[in-house]
Ligand binder design. Sequence first.
Ligand code: ARG
Length: 586
Amino acid sequence: MASVASLSASVQQRVSAALAAAVPSAADADPLLRRSDRADFQANGVLGLAKKNKANPRELAAQVVAGLPTDELISEIEVSGPGFLNITVSDAAITDTLAARADDDRLGVPLTADPGTTVIDYAQPNVAKEMHVGHLRSSVIGDAIAKILEFEGETVVRRHHIGDWGTQFGMLIQYLIEHPHELDHSPADTDGEASMSRLNRTYKAARTLFDADEAFKDRSRKRVVDLQAGEPETLALWQRFVDESKIYFYSVYNKLDIAIQDDDIVGESAYNDMLVETCRILEDTGVAVRSNGALCVFFDEIKGKDGEPVPLIVQKADGGFGYAATDLSAIRDRTGNLKADTLLYVVDARQALHFRMVFETARRAGWLTEEVTVKHLPFGTVLGKDGKPFKTREGETVRLVDLLDEAVERATVVVREKNEELSDEEVAERGAEVGIGAVKYADLSTSLGRDYVFDLDRMVSLTGDTSVYIQYAFARTQSILRKAGAARAVARPELPLAPAERALGLLLDEFGDALAGVAETYEPHKLASYLYAVSSAFATFYEQCPVLKPETPEDVRENRLFLCTLTGRTLRQGMTLLGIHTPDQL
Ligand code: ARG
């Protein structure tokens, strides 16, 4: 394993040194290096530095250039505009750097210098309830972030904070006591859809009875008390609802091609034993106070529409604990027991206020210290084509499985049209990889906070910023390599590069930088747009730089095959980190 410094990092280092030589007080001035259309890179840092030192920017830039002789890395450097530096790297440096990447399993991507432990809270559906598009976003985004952080060398602890606790379980359990065969099925029946329909039926029946029958309502309320007290028979019945739901969750995650481990499902119920203590500490330390019987935390800056302060309620007046008490206990567990130094929450933007109040409370209580980074990564809403939150024609929330099935169906049509020789089995497999990939990519390529329209026609399109486009670029690299037969892929640093080869090469070199950017800001869309850029650059390369044509000289062919190989590896690795398959053939 050998990490490779990117060309941009190497150039940055040279320019920094030259800046420091020109202005000794600027030892750590940022040269502000960017990729540029005019040359390969542009450094804008001279301007600010000149201003600070009351120097003429163009003169200072010229001085920096004088201190930067062209060498095997930098082939050309010139001052432009008010004092920018335009920098071109040599073709040999590009090919050499890419060859070093190709030699490494990790494509030369370094591990983070200073890894820590990140607990990421994502993919948190609710027991006895259908999964909807909101759960899609949390799962897809969380899975990608977890994979990218792990690839960077961070220790990642996954937590699926499922909704498996609360007063509604009193009603469900009581109903099951009075209708004991409601959830029965043969042990061989592991069909997730069947599980969900049993749960749905039970939920609806219990709800109807609860609303109509006062005596049942009473028995249900008593059942909540038994559940919270851990009464064994009640707990055993509660467990049946959890187990039944897990069959369903696993079937959906399987379809979504997201691996969920049982040990990482640590739902709300897991913190039950901590709730009393959490509240006691908050009350003893004065962080929370009693207000009309409820235990509340107040915030100066958080007020409702009427101007009255909106408190975080940790315990209700009737003694019941809510969502906030559980989240506070989970923070105690994650920082205290799991020793996390970063806590991430991939949760709907509508819960932003909840998390703001929970984090602030945990800070006051000392459960979150300066050393711990905590972030709610809020995501926007999935919209229908009408621009309103995605609903069925009947106005109900859309079932996630229905969406996924439809995506796979559409993608299967595309796959079949594209390739008529495939067997039915291959079509089905690739249809799933393309369809699920399309849904994931549409989600991941939108920046987190933004809403997006769920438009399957666009998602499975072969053109535009879609996963299919990237999968297609990958498949094309593999098809060239297959057709190349005995021809070898060899990096040829002695060869000059065509513009399309340079453009592709410079992009391939940026893979590690793109990943580092995602790991720093938790924005997977940056990786998505990077992979799309690589795919577009590859399409141009494919058009302009024939690989296998007989007139292509052998050394040029070898170098082009090398670029195809590295493009394929980069796309596959990147897509894997987004949780998307890259079939060898499309
Ligand atoms: N189960 C919740 C929902 O479906 C999301 C849980 C988010 N995580 C948390 N720690 N509160 O809305």
